[in-house]
Design a protein around this ligand. Structure first.
Ligand SMILES: Cc1cc2nc3c(=O)[nH]c(=O)nc-3n(C[C@H](O)[C@H](O)[C@H](O)COP(=O)(O)O)c2cc1C
Length: 305
């Protein structure tokens, strides 16, 4: 099969991955996305330290070039996800458990909990605010990002650890390098871009109750591709690239920038969970038309060396 992929030691039947936060933490839905939708792997919505409601509605809006959302990381609290994690472990589907926290210690605590359920990988969502009240995501600072990875690696056993970086970093490549030095097994890029805002001129108000939110979908594809391209030049780690992938041709662009796997988030809203199968078919069609026999053959070719 031309799309079979090994990502940080994990065998996947194809490189498409459900992005975090798109279909929640419910095991049945995540299993369906892999089995019926055709995703090579699925990511759970990031789980945090305690039960938390998100922001008030409206929290998510579709606009001409993608989505804008301020859901506010609603979370059942990691301890309440035990049943879902057990069910997912039993199902055998490749699961990426995603973790967010407010301190380095909390990252290790939640990742240690997730590790007990033997997910295929642990993703570290590094785009949430710092506990010290500076409002700075962990992924903006090399040293802090490295410290989070180091702390999680101590409790993650054999489970690969993948920090998810923010495009807000001034130099995303140097953050990726710091994570590599700290022992990360893969890099995920990117999270939503922003914050941004949209205004409803007739109502004379911002459309989101929170006013500002993260931008995803086609609008951010050029930023995401640039990030993946720069990370590929800086590290040897495999990359899960995402941001605006809506079809097979988009996915091929990310592979050519250097990604090993490709995440799909907002496009699930437009195309349903079958988007994974469709993206795979479109990738294979593109490969046939352009005489590419394998993904290895085209990985990173946009770098020209
Ligand atoms: C409604 C919504 C919720 C999200 N929640 C999370 C989350 O909990 N954790 C996380 O790491 N990323 C979260 N993301 C970011 C996505 O996983 C992804 O990185 C981003 O949307 C870019 O991919 P896309 O353009 O394919 O949507 C969320 C995105 C959306 C649209």
């Amino acid at each position: 099969m031309p799309l079979e992929t090994v990502f940080a030691g994990i065998k996947l039947r194809n490189p498409t991955v459900l992005a975090s936060g798109i279909l929640g933490t419910n095991a049945e839905i995540l299993i369906r996305t892999a089995k019926e939708g055709g995703a090579g792997a699925v990511t759970m919505k990031s789980i945090g330290p305690c039960e938390k409601d998100g922001y008030a509605n409206p929290t998510i809006l579709e606009w001409e070039h993608g989505l804008i959302n301020a859901v506010g990381l609603p979370s059942p609290g990691y301890k309440n996800t035990e049943e879902e994690l057990k069910q997912l472990e039993k199902s055998g589907i490749p699961l990426i458990a995603s973790v967010y926290a407010h301190s380095i210690e909390e990252y290790a605590e939640i990742a240690g909990f997730a590790e007990k359920f033997k997910p295929a990988m642990i993703e570290l969502n590094m785009s949430c605010p710092h506990s010290k009240g500076e409002g700075m995501p962990f992924g903006l600072d090399e040293e802090t990002a490295g410290q989070v990875v180091k702390a999680v690696k101590k409790v993650s056993g054999k489970t690969p650890v993948m920090p998810k970086l923010t495009p807000q970093a001034l130099n995303i490549a140097s953050i990726a390098s710091a994570c590599e030095r700290a022992g990360a097994d893969a890099i995920c890029a990117i999270n939503t871009l922003g914050p941004g805002m949209l205004i409803n001129p007739e109502v004379r108000k911002p459309v989101l109750a929170n006013k500002f939110g993260g931008i995803s979908g086609p609008a951010i594809k050029p930023v995401a591709l640039r990030c993946v391209y720069q990370i590929y030049e800086a590290v040897k780690l495999p990359i899960l690239g995402m941001g605006g992938i809506s079809n097979g041709r988009d996915a091929i662009e990310f592979i050519q920038a250097g990604a090993t796997t490709v995440g799909v988030g907002s496009a699930v809203y437009y195309r349903g969970i079958g988007v994974f199968k469709e993206v795979c078919d479109e990738m294979v069609q593109w490969m046939k038309k352009n005489n590419a026999k394998s993904l290895e053959e085209i990985r990173g070719v946009a770098h020209g060396h």
